[in-house]
Design a protein around this ligand. Structure first.
Ligand SMILES: [Zn+2]
Length: 238
């Protein structure tokens, strides 16, 4: 039955909400692939021209990204990809340590045949990207692995919460990683998949905790990064 509250504009794939969501997804994907770095300006006109949409739609997408802490909107300056501080970075990882063991436990309980196939397929994609030397895909897929677990866990709130945390983690890793290595090691994910598909909940949870510890250990959480500012704020008379 058609939704009687849907207006003509709301009805199709071109409705403003859907287009804003598509832009939101695309920007998150660019962050997960580390194409868009912290502090990058997201001009409304420029973003609108890229996607061929009005400023209203761009604004809706940027607002929802800002709501998730992925974008920062500054008065009179516009929207920028967030530049998480050391404190925020520590908070993101402590939040992940809180919810991901639970997600892992739920994913193990609800894995079944379809979930196991999904995990193995994802792992194969991660390995293929690594073999091909496709860094962007490897980085995005390694973040998405955690979201696949949340999908299998079947807990929508955890999944939405984790989507935000994973996108913010990608920015944090870009800013604070010690080495050029990617955030997640495929071997760790493989061990997690083994434990989850084998129904070994405690082992899977322990693997997840040590995996998150390892990611955080590879970060140097010191406030040394200089925020990107326009020259007008750096030069001239004050
Ligand atoms: Zn991982």
């Amino acid at each position: 039955m058609a939704d009687i509250f849907a207006t003509h504009e709301d009805a199709g794939p071109d409705r403003p909400g859907t287009r804003a969501e598509a832009i939101h997804r695309d920007i998150v994907r660019a962050i997960l692939e580390q194409r868009l770095g912290p502090g990058t300006k997201l001009g409304e006109d420029e973003v609108g021209a890229i996607y061929g949409v009005s400023r209203t739609i761009v604004r809706a997408a940027l607002q929802s990204l800002a709501h998730e802490g992925i974008v920062v909107i500054e008065k009179n300056r516009g929207a920028f990809v967030a530049h998480p501080s050391v404190k925020e970075a520590a908070e993101v990882f402590s939040a992940r340590r809180l919810i991901e063991p639970k997600i892992t436990e739920l994913a193990t309980a609800h894995c079944e045949v379809a979930g196991a196939a999904l995990l193995r397929d994802h792992l194969a994609q991660e390995k293929a990207a690594e073999r091909a030397g496709d860094d962007r895909a490897a980085i995005r897929l390694s973040g998405e692995f955690h979201l696949v677990l949340a999908r299998i866990a079947g807990h929508g709130i955890y999944e939405n919460f984790l989507r935000e945390l994973v996108a913010r983690s990608s920015l944090i890793i870009l800013l604070y990683r010690r080495s050029r290595s990617q955030c997640c090691k495929v071997d760790h994910h493989a061990a997690l998949v083994e434990a989850i598909t084998g129904g070994r909940s405690a082992e899977a949870v322990a693997q997840m905790v040590s995996h998150l510890d390892e990611i955080e250990r590879d970060l140097e959480l010191v406030d040394t990064a200089i925020p990107i500012k326009p020259l007008s704020e750096l030069l001239g008379a004050r």
